[in-house]
Design a protein around this ligand. Sequence first.
Ligand code: 5AD
Ligand code: SF4
Length: 447
Amino acid sequence: GAPAGRRVHLVTYGCQMNELDAELVLGDLLRRGYRRAAGLEDADVLLVQTCSVREHAEAKVWSLLGRARQMKRERPDLKIGVLGCMAQRAKDEIVRRAPHVDLVLGTATFRAAVEDLETVTEAGGRITRVGRGAAVDVLPDADRNVQSRPDPFRAHVTVMRGCDHHCTYCIVPATRGKEVSRPLGEVLDEVRRLVADGVREVTFLGQNINTYGKDRGEGGLCALLEQACAVEGLHRVRFLTSNPFDMTEDMMRRFGRLPKVMPWLHIPAQSGSDRVLAAMRRAYTVDGYREVVGWARQHIPGVEITSDFIVGFPGETEADFEATCRLVEEIGFLQCYVFKYSVRPRTVAARHLPDDVPEAEKQRRNVALLACQDRVAQGRNARLLGREVEILVEGPSKSDPTRVTGRDHHNRLVHCPGPSTLAGRLARAVIEEVARHSLLGRIVAHE
Ligand code: 5AD
Ligand code: SF4
């Protein structure tokens, strides 16, 4: 039929879950006989997996849709689909501003993309579906097509979608809805299938992963990790993202007892000021955050923490910002993502809190906090000099084919001289040089 050989160009913005969602759709398409296009110029189908978390991410989609409109003038049979968070949030606006879009599928309906694409290709017209509720389509991840996995040895697995928190700045509860967990057995089946296909490291994804399973009344995150660790052939397990509010000391104790669970936690703090945290409705204080990190350090040997911060939140003063810088230094994060506050439509902050920090000031705080984090990270990495780390080798280094690249327990990139035949193996490397964004090592042992 129509699909045979049609070429798809897929563009993805946003978080790892979005990347995985895109990969799942691509898997469906390839299974049905579509092929990958070399680029937009050469595509019969353009699919955009969108993100709404900041305005900037949406601006990029609008500009891509602008380019696609030009293309479609020359090639009227080009089909264009907008999928994910922005489709969910702004369906009507997309249809109005971009009438050349054929398909608008939200966060719970994107898995039907292939059938919908075929319908608009054969019958014409436009399909927009952003339904929710009982229709939440979290199950079909399990049938993912291994052909479309970008990395042969590592995979992401979505275990829950949505978020029940009410942070005042955040669009996620509006785009991804309430927390919905996948059944434990189904997740484990997917892990086993991935491992049988060569995967050695799995990262579980959820917007608020510490409450995994709560909505189903079955085993939670710890049970999931324990059972995943029992899967033979799987060597490393990670998970994202932790809200400090939902982390307990007992959880940390259980993580710490699982050697396959990497000592690496992403725990967004967002701010180092109690006043700002309260305005964000993060439901914890700076001391509460410190306590969580303390439990992690006590119970998980060698743990490293990464974080997210928002600068320029409404009402954030210079003193609030300085408190954030001090927290970054005090905790000693391995890595921090820093974002300038961006007003999101229909959030509590958009309705009630004036966006009163000037853009130039947001920019200054952004740069200053990143510089502070850079110093902190350099200090932590410097301690690795001369030490031995375990890496999972990914393959040849992109910049130097006589080297291989791997990742250590803390997800740091390590480059070492060595043959590409080491790909997929665990190795031990002595760190000989600490560069800004990577480490150089020498392999002393490998599988
Ligand atoms: N403006 C800026 N950053 C935001 N984030 C979430 N919402 C916003 C917003 N409105 C950041 C938070 C979150 C990360 C994924 O994105 O730091 O942890
Ligand atoms: Fe957004 Fe994270 Fe808060 Fe959920 S926990 S509302 S995803 S910032």
